[in-house]
Write a protein that binds this ligand. Structure first.
Ligand code: 5GP
Length: 216
């Protein structure tokens, strides 16, 4: 046999995994954990016109750009999707996503419902859309406050926007209620494993079955 089963299995189509939620539902923590345990998963780093919060790094959390740079990027068709969220612009740079997918990696997107809708139109076959809900709104507010990075006014505004974001839950393939981090992580792992198992994404199966039936 020329290829081992393990080698063949690496030939699969990468997933585009969208994680959306209202701010404070614990999405960032889930995202970090997923990335830490998956070598073949890359995070899509968005560009935004908002200012960095304390602790955020340019090129890691976001590409922090001016409004004029952002609109130049739109004109140059550099975004897979872009949207205005709260008072700022956010967009997903196209190049790194295409490179990662071509490299057989899954790509994780922390984007809002508007971005999820745009990606559905652009790349429905590769997309897995997951919505994260908080267990209740009190918990959501507590998590927003405990960040202590935004002003009270910004927090109040985000709370009022949360209901609008939540109203889009039914546009997603999977919905996870993040009451316990461990349970939510187990559920995420289950979704990703099942999606990776879909026949159409396992490009190695054709050659493998041929080698079986040809007595390989
Ligand atoms: P934050 O400013 O708290 O980091 O993000 C605010 C919201 O913008 C979050 O719901 C986040 O998912 C969303 N967001 C971040 N990057 C993008 C992006 O590239 N495109 C879209 N459509 N939404 C984004």
């Amino acid at each position: 046999m020329s290829n081992s089963l393990e080698e063949m299995k690496t030939h699969r189509r990468g997933l585009m995994i969208v994680l959306s939620s209202p701010s404070g539902a614990g999405k960032t923590t889930l995202t970090r954990k997923l990335l830490a345990e998956n070598d073949d998963m890359a995070m899509s780093v968005s560009a935004t016109t908002r200012r960095p919060r304390p602790g955020e790094t340019d090129g890691v959390d976001y590409y922090f750009v001016s409004k004029s740079t952002f609109s130049d990027m739109i004109d140059a068709d550099e975004f897979l999707e872009h949207a205005k969220v709260f008072d700022h612009f956010y967009g997903t740079p196209r190049g790194p996503v295409e490179d990662a997918l071509a490299d057989g990696q899954d790509v994780l997107f922390d984007i809002d419902w508007q971005g999820a809708q745009q990606l559905t139109q652009a790349a429905a076959d590769d997309l897995v859309k997951i919505f994260i809900l908080p267990p209740n709104m009190i918990e959501l507010e507590k998590r927003l406050k405990s960040r202590a990075q935004d002003s009270a006014e910004v927090i109040a505004k985000r709370m009022s926007k949360s209901e609008a974001e939540i109203s889009h839950w039914a546009e997603y393939d999977y919905v996870i209620v993040n009451e316990s981090l461990e349970t939510a992580m187990d559920e995420l792992r289950a979704v990703i494993t099942a999606e990776r198992m879909k026949r159409k994404r396992q490009l190695w199966l054709g050659p493998f079955v041929r080698s079986l039936t040809q007595g390989g």
